[in-house]
Write a protein that binds this ligand. Structure first.
Ligand SMILES: [Zn+2]
Length: 296
């Protein structure tokens, strides 16, 4: 048995993982900034992963626009950009492992058939699976998953109720978000995930998937999302405007204020100076304990 304290504390590895379904808006900049500052405050590594696994939803030029916005705001990542679309081999390998463990089943239930259950699939199929036209779902256990979010505190959700049996590979053959995110986090050795609270409900499912794949669970910090109106998160789908890359310092100051951080002194003008200053004073506990922050 190793002596107490002989295991080194794992190095901090965080990531920002946008999908190229549109340019960065203020809400996504907020998430990028929080995740960047948390990594910097821990002298950690911050990775950029483009989640380009859904070509039908991809907007031409969005990846480049996102990359450029991050650079303009001084949000520099370490290493090469990780393109999720290049990892089919890893995703297939994970699916194979799950299949051998008996964790997968084929499903041809339609969205309409699942509508009475709020789209949540719970173990038994409504329609028999059609060979060659079926999604692959993860069979979840009927149990509670518990975790402690660094901001939101103790969480406990029943897997079947919160997400049901999630799709891991879609009927059209595309890999689904949960699978790609969890497998890529595992391969990158991600230790810390900082993201919007709209993904809090995805966390129990992802923790369960990590467990089935034998991956260590990262720590989580879910921050509030920006909303134009109550219940209306700023999003690419709702047409939130792209951030103005010519005003990076103003955008960063605005986001720091939303995150409850001390305002940087006015003489700091360059984005990198603002970021360095803010990273040294990063206080996750000062982030407002609310789900949404309304922006004018
Ligand atoms: Zn089904």
């Amino acid at each position: 048995m190793p002596a107490t304290g002989s295991r080194p504390t794992p190095h901090y590895i965080g990531r920002f993982a946008p999908s190229p379904s549109g340019p960065l808006h203020l809400g996504s900049l907020l998430a990028a900034l929080a995740s960047y500052l948390d990594a910097a405050a821990h002298q950690g590594t911050w990775l950029l992963r483009i989640e380009d696994i859904d070509p039908p939803r991809e907007i031409a030029g969005a990846s480049q626009a996102i990359i450029q916005s991050l650079q303009q705001h001084g949000l520099h990542w370490q290493g090469d950009i990780i393109w999720q679309s290049k990892h089919s081999e890893n995703f297939d390998q994970a699916l194979n492992q799950l299949r051998l463990q008996g964790d997968l089943f084929e499903c041809s239930c339609s969205r309409r058939q699942l509508a009475p259950f709020h789209g949540i699939h719970q173990l038994s199929c409504i329609a028999p699976p059609q060979p060659g036209n079926a999604a692959l779902r993860l069979k979840v256990a009927d149990r509670h998953i518990q975790f402690v979010d660094r901001l939101q505190g103790s969480q406990s959700e029943n897997l079947r109720q919160v997400g049901g049996d999630p799709i891991l590979r879609r009927r059209d053959g595309l890999y689904a978000y949960h699978l790609a995110a969890v497998v890529d986090d595992m391969h990158s050795g991600i230790t810390d995930i900082v993201r919007g609270i709209d993904l809090l409900d995805a966390t129990p499912t992802q923790l369960y998937l990590q467990e089935r794949l034998g991956a260590p669970a990262p720590r989580y910090l879910h921050i509030p999302v920006l909303a134009g109106q109550v219940g209306e998160k700023l999003s690419k789908q709702r047409g939130a405007p792209a951030i103005d890359d010519t005003q990076p310092s103003d955008n960063l100051r605005r986001c720091l204020a939303y995150l409850g951080q001390t305002p940087p002194p006015a003489e700091l003008q360059q984005p990198t100076d603002i970021l360095n200053w803010a990273a040294q004073r990063w206080q996750p506990d000062a982030i407002p304990h609310q789900k949404e922050i309304l922006v004018p």
